[in-house]
Every structure is written in C-alpha cells, then in structure tokens.
Write a protein that binds this ligand. Structure first.
Ligand code: GDP
Ligand code: CA
Length: 413
C-alpha cells in the first residue's frame, strides 16, 4: 500500500508515528510544509521537516514535541552575550548542528529535497520525507491594525503568541514555487492521501498553495483527521489562523473549508460526533464521509488507532464526480464558513449579513458554533521567548513596505 501524507510539525509527526505502527507494510511518503522555514544567524531552519525527522528518528524532545532531546543551549547563551538577535526563537546546540549542515549543503547548491535526504540518512525516519518545494516559500502574517505591518509567521507565532489578530496570512513565494521532485508522483501514485491533524491554514494550507499540489491531491482518495476537538485546537493557536481566513474553529467548519472537492473522509473526535449529521444533512457537504472516534493522540496505541481508522476509512472514491456534483467545491480560495471573529462575534448577526448567493455557506451557518477563543487547551507555541525584534530572512524581506510589490507572488491562505 502506498500512503502519502501532507505534514506540518508536531501534530503530523505524532500522527505519523501511529501511522507507521498502523501500516507497517505501507510505503509512506511525507510531503512536509516548508512555509515555516526561516533563516536565523545565516542558517536555514526548517522547523516542520525537522520535527518530523527527529520524531520518527527518535531524536525529539518528547515533552515539548519539537527540538532535540537532551538539548543544551551554550550557543544560544554565547549569541545572547553578543546581543545577537533574534533571541525569541529557541535553537539548541544539537539542533544547531542540523541547521549548520543543511545550510552548508544548500550553499553548495544542493536543493532542499536532496539536503533533507542527506539529513534523513542519519535519522532513518522510516518514511520518505520530501519538502513540499525546493523553492523558498515563507508564510507571512499581516497584522490587523493601523499600518498592516507584516511579519514572518514565526515572529507572529513564537514571539507574539498569535495574540495580535492576523488580517491576512500569505504563503510568500508560493505562486512561483514548484513541487519538489517526487511530490506530485507520490501523490498520484498513492492509494490514499492522508491529512494528519495538522494546522489547516499554515501547515496543510501552505502545502496546498504550491501550484499543482491541490489538484493532484483532489484527484485522489483523501482522508483527514480533525486537529480541532470540541471547538478548540488541541495544541497551539490554530484558532487564530482559522479566524484570519474566516473559518470557525470547529471540526465541521474545517471539513467544510477543505470541502468535498478535496477530502473524501473526515475523522472527528467523539465529542464532535454531531459533525456526522451536520455534514450529512448539507447537500453541498454530504460527499464527505464523517466518522467519530477518540482523536486525542495521548499515547502510541491511541495514535495508532486513529491512524488505522484513517487508513481503513472506506469513503467513496473519486473527486472528479464530486466536483461535478458540487460546483462550489471547486472554489480555488479558502471557503469562508464562519464569521471573522475579529469583526463580529454574534453568529446570528453574522448569519443575517451573509450574502444571498452564498448558498453553501448559508447551509453551513446553521451548525457553526461561535468560536471560543478562551478554549485553547495549550497555548505553548514552538520555542517560547519574548523579544520585539524581527527575524531576518535571506530571500524574502519581512517588511510591510514591500507588501504591494510582492503581492503577485503570494498565495493568500
Ligand atoms: P505544528 O506545525 O507544530 O503546529 O504542527 P501541525 O500543524 O502538524 O499540527 C498542529 C495541530 O495539531 C494543532 O492544530 C493541534 O490542534 C493538533 N493536535 C495536536 N495534538 C493533537 C491530538 O492529540 N489530537 C488531534 N486531533 N489534534 C492534535
Ligand atoms: Ca509548523
């Protein structure tokens, strides 16, 4: 069996551990998000690729879910002694070695996919790990408020804890990016494409923003696992990302956001089992088969059970048919399925303001609950530090003044 997985960082890595156990015979290819990548101290850092590599290779810090175990921080202390910035992104000594070698190989002209292969030779993750693209793509966040300052996603997520609402989230460079070698083939050769419980906007959404990937995925049987349980992300601040693109933080809304043109099956937690009827009752979404089961990846057996359910899900195949049945599902951009919480919080009021031609969205409004921003279970972002400085990147200035000029090269998520 061939399985291809679109992966972010911690949520995906944990899920993949279960998938390897659930499908030991399968050939698993992981297409990793590189929108989180950032250049720090001249070194190229690929947080999501590394989280998958370390987790599957036995090198991860299990407690935090990212970074190396047994880590020390001498280099960081030395950089701080120089007053070097930024100091809000945590890099440990062991982790630095990965970034040094990656940067050296990139500087020698090797593409990121080849470099990732070299790094994986050490870690033997037991899957084929491909970056979504060898071309630079960086997720940028336009902050809500006067001036619409734009920052790298990492600055918003790690330094600002996503506390300032995002007016827009863009995958800078995505329009020009090509899928890395092997990505489209891995998708088209797969028996099933799985979406782990990764962030729908800045993990899976960014991968889908690379031209060619969404269409390749849409042509396959796709089963997704909800990262939202009971109206809140299990970990992190995915609710802030969903709000930025106008999607409610609920398992049903995320399924509707992907739409029947993309996913065939959707696994939700037991506490969200109303999603089964909600999507089933909506003609525009009935093409998505929904199943409820415990979705908390509390340990390896629980995670393996989730992965097995996704692997075995017998959703009807064939997105081509679904596309024709549900023209709305062909929309290119994100489906707006809930009120933007920055603008309005009363769902009834939001319902009244919906445009009459948004039939599909009106259908969905019936079941969407108001978002609960206080319901986050875990607000610990990757690498928690606090310092008001901008990260610097070598190929894409993080500078609001360049925003208009760069606009054509962006994909809004
Ligand atoms: P990141 O790149 O490190 O943020 O990781 P991902 O994008 O791969 O995954 C982040 C998502 O994983 C978050 O939105 C979480 O809600 C979700 N997540 C984390 N742990 C669990 C879990 O145990 N169960 C489910 N269903 N989702 C989880
Ligand atoms: Ca990530």
């Amino acid at each position: 069996m061939r399985i291809t997985v679109l992966a972010g960082g911690v949520g995906a890595a944990r899920y993949l551990r279960g998938l390897k156990r659930a499908a030991p015979e399968a050939e698993i290819t992981v297409v990793g998000n590189t929108g989180d990548d950032i250049t720090l101290f001249g070194l190229r850092v690929c947080p999501d690729l590394d989280t998958v590599m370390y987790t599957l290779g036995g090198g991860i810090n299990e407690d935090q879910g990212w970074g190396r175990h047994g880590e020390t921080f001498s280099i960081r202390a030395e950089l701080a002694a120089y007053g070097a910035s930024p100091d809000w992104f945590t890099l440990g000594d062991r982790d630095f070695a990965t970034h040094i070698l990656r940067s050296q190989l990139l500087a020698q002209g090797q593409p990121l996919s080849a470099v990732t292969e070299v790094l994986c030779r050490r870690w033997q993750p037991g899957v084929r790990l491909l970056p979504m693209s060898d071309d630079p793509v960086e997720t940028h966040v336009t902050l809500d408020g006067p001036g619409e300052r734009e920052v790298h996603f990492q600055e918003w997520w790690v330094r600002m804890h996503a506390a300032t609402p995002a007016a827009r989230i863009t995958a800078s460079g995505a329009d020009q990016a090509r899928p890395a070698p092997g990505v489209l083939e891995a998708i088209s050769d797969a028996d099933v494409v799985l979406f782990p419980p990764s962030n729908p906007v800045v993990s899976i959404g960014t991968i889908l923003a690379v031209p060619g990937i969404r269409a390749a995925v849409a042509a396959k049987k796709v089963i997704g696992v909800s990262p939202i349980i009971g109206g809140a992300p299990v970990r992190g601040m995915a609710d802030a990302c969903l709000t930025a693109i106008g999607v409610e933080t609920s398992a049903a809304a995320v399924a509707a956001h992907y739409g029947p043109g993309l996913i065939d099956g959707w696994l939700v937690d037991d506490q969200d089992k109303a999603t089964v009827d909600i999507l089933g009752d909506d003609p525009a979404l009935a093409g998505i088969a929904v199943r409820a089961l415990p979705l908390l990846m509390r340990d390896l057996p629980a995670t393996t059970a989730i992965a097995r359910a996704a692997r075995d899900e017998r959703a009807p195949d064939g997105h081509g048919r679904d596309h024709r049945q549900h023209p709305g599902a062909q929309r290119k951009g994100p489906v707006r399925v809930g009120p933007n919480q920055n603008q309005r919080r009363d769902p009834d009021e939001a319902f009244a303001r919906e445009q009459p031609d948004q039939h599909c969205q009106l259908q969905q409004r019936k079941y969407l609950r108001p978002q609960r921003p206080d319901a986050r279970r875990d607000r610990e972002p990757d690498g928690q530090q606090h310092e008001a400085r901008h990260p610097r990147t070598d190929h894409e200035p993080v500078d609001g003044r360049r925003g208009t000029q760069d606009h054509r090269r962006r994909a809004q998520l």
